[in-house]
Design a protein around this ligand. Structure first.
Ligand SMILES: [Zn+2]
Length: 278
């Protein structure tokens, strides 16, 4: 199986986003609006998977409109995101890195994708949906959709970025896999599973890809880098720290499994664009 690691821009955020651990609501505002010098630039990765059933894209990154010239543009960002989210993320998307631009560079059109899988509804994962009209299937776990109407998610996951796009919303079902033993088997052959790894959001999915006896995991935002599970540091701004820790524990166990070829996080600064075969 081949995974293309596509960097779809960056976000300049508080270090607490990746390693917030016990960050509390009391200091959230300070962390949210940290000055530029205190911020870190984290990549925003999407993953294009070559499967026997055609190409599958996991997440969509930022959209071109958020960063027309490839730089952080507060005015442009605020035309796509509410002002507080634009200030939180400081998104930037260099030329050529929008998802449709990267697909075109590989001679792919959105309609060539067998499926677009969304790990969750935060804007850095769904803003690029507008560039993917024509994709055959857009898949989102029903649990993620269900909680998106709750006030706190509504503030964080602006509906206009994803509600207009028709989605299939399968339910997680009982499974032998994952921290909560909940999974969605996309093709019915266990080659591509959405594993519920909650904590960052309730319905959050990591994607498990199987090739023969080996597998790889696209962890989404269950972790921001291997340091999260190796040192048991939860990322900040999650909704349920205990669930986050449970998901990190599951990732730690997977890493120790010789059958696990790789675990890739959406915002790991150590990831480089390229190809992973396993
Ligand atoms: Zn994210």
């Amino acid at each position: 199986m081949r995974i293309h690691l596509l960097r779809c821009g960056s976000m300049r955020v508080s270090p607490a986003v990746a390693f917030g651990d016990r960050i509390s609501l009391g200091n959230t505002a300070r962390e949210l609006f940290a000055s530029d010098g205190k911020r870190v630039e984290l990549p925003v990765f999407c993953f294009l998977i070559e499967t026997p059933r055609g190409p599958v894209l996991v997440d969509t990154g930022w959209c071109r409109e958020i960063s027309p010239a490839g730089l952080y543009d507060p005015k442009a960002a605020a035309s796509v995101l509410p002002g507080y989210l634009s200030a939180f993320y400081r998104p930037l998307l260099p030329p050529g890195q929008a998802i449709h631009e990267q697909l075109a560079a590989r001679s792919l059109r959105p309609e060539d994708l067998s499926a677009v899988v969304l790990t969750h509804l935060d804007p850095d994962h769904v803003a690029g949906l507008r560039h993917l009209q024509g994709a055959k299937r857009i898949i989102l776990p029903e649990d993620e959709y269900f909680w998106s109407c709750r006030a706190v998610y509504k503030a964080r996951q602006p509906q206009r970025l994803w509600l207009p796009f028709p989605m299939e919303r399968p339910y997680y079902r009982g499974s032998s896999l994952g921290p909560n033993r909940w999974a969605i088997d996309l093709f019915g052959d266990e080659s591509l599973l959405l594993i519920n790894t909650p904590g960052h959001t309730d319905g959050h999915a990591s994607v498990l890809l199987r090739s023969g006896s080996r597998y790889a995991i696209l962890a989404g935002d269950a972790a921001f880098s291997p340091r999260n599970w190796r040192e048991d540091i939860t990322p900040g701004f999650g909704f349920d720290r205990e669930q986050q820790r449970k998901s990190l524990r599951w990732l730690r166990e997977r890493e120790a499994d010789p059958s696990c070829a790789a675990i890739l996080c959406s915002h790991d600064p150590a990831l480089q664009p390229g190809v992973l075969d396993f």
